[in-house]
Design a binder for this molecule. Structure first.
Ligand code: Z5A
Length: 267
């Protein structure tokens, strides 16, 4: 008599991902601390600035926050890693050239800083209706720890879903600048941190990963990153700010048209 088919054993990875899904379910449910991470609870907007080092993200993050505040928007601007006391301590460890970190430890530390920032700052601010502007987020992990360090994307995705509770940016502005120009800006600025000291091949892999994230196909496969639009970062800072504002207006015409008109007039 033929025996009943034996169910195929699930792989170790599949078991781990199933376990991660169970945790995600718990995070997507209403939380005892009142911080809901569900998309339906958002009154504000969650905008991320991304790009390789030297592209001018931090400059634009600060200029955009100022421009939006000047016309009355409630803006919360934070950077990754950091933005909370725990995150700032993690940042110091991650960027210190003296830190000896395995790639896996590095990825987990970025995720730990992100988890704290989401719960303490981003989710509450988006819920109350603020414009939340974050200098780097999940896409940086995919570019630096995924493409740069070569860590498996499935692991980065699972760990970061746990860290973010499924909270995805509403829009990422990806500042795009030729690598040589970005590096010239960094050399002009001086002193390099632990990540910036990586070799050119590392930074080229990071750059290619950011470039891939602009495609419709890549974004369809990575809904956890949210929509990504490329913003050319060449030229004077004023011109780049203008392009960033245009991208915000294209995504949210009613919310940002007045701010953009005022800011563009003042540039
Ligand atoms: N990282 C990671 O590996 N994984 C992750 O998940 C996350 C981060 C979240 C954070 O370092 C490091 O962590 C980062 C990625 C990694 N490392 N790297 N390499 P950070 O926060 O200290 O640094 P950064 O995010 O890379 O920013 P940056 O180095 O300061 O670059 P930037 O923000 O793109 O550029 P900037 O500071 O605005 O400008 C750089 C210089 O160019 C400065 O002197 C400006 O005055 C100048 N600049 C800016 N705009 C212009 C224009 N338009 N023209 C001329 N000059 C300009």
């Amino acid at each position: 008599m033929a025996s009943a088919p034996v169910p195929r054993a699930r792989s170790f990875l599949a078991e781990r991902l199933a376990a991660a899904d169970m945790v995600d379910d718990a995070l997507d449910s209403p939380r005892a601390d009142g911080v809901s991470l569900a998309a339906a609870d958002r009154r504000g907007v969650f905008v991320v600035l991304e790009g390789g080092e030297g592209a001018g993200k931090t400059t634009q993050w600060s200029r955009l926050a100022d421009a939006l505040r000047a016309v009355g928007h409630d803006v919360v601007a934070v950077r990754e890693p950091g933005g909370t006391p725990a995150g700032d301590a993690i940042r110091a460890l991650l960027l210190d050239p003296a830190s000896q970190l395995a790639a896996e430890s590095e990825a987990l530390l970025f995720a730990a800083s992100r988890a704290q920032l989401v719960r303490d700052v981003i989710a509450p601010a988006v819920q109350r209706g603020a414009v939340v502007m974050v200098d780097r987020f999940l896409l940086s992990t995919y570019a630096y720890q995924g493409a740069g360090r070569g860590l498996p994307m499935s692991s980065l995705r699972a760990v970061n879903h746990f860290a973010t509770g499924g909270l995805a940016p509403d829009l990422t502005l990806l500042l795009s600048l030729p690598l040589a120009e970005a590096q010239a800006r960094m050399h002009a600025r001086g002193a390099a941190d632990r990540m910036e000291r990586e070799d050119l091949a590392f930074h080229e892999r990071v750059r290619e990963a950011f470039d891939r994230a602009v495609s419709v196909e890549w974004q369809a496969q990575h809904p956890e990153v949210g929509p990504v639009v490329a913003v050319p970062a060449e030229g004077a800072a004023d011109a780049v700010t203008g392009r960033c504002l245009e991208a915000l207006v294209a995504r949210w015409p009613e919310r940002f048209a007045a701010a953009a008109t005022a800011a563009l007039g003042a540039l």
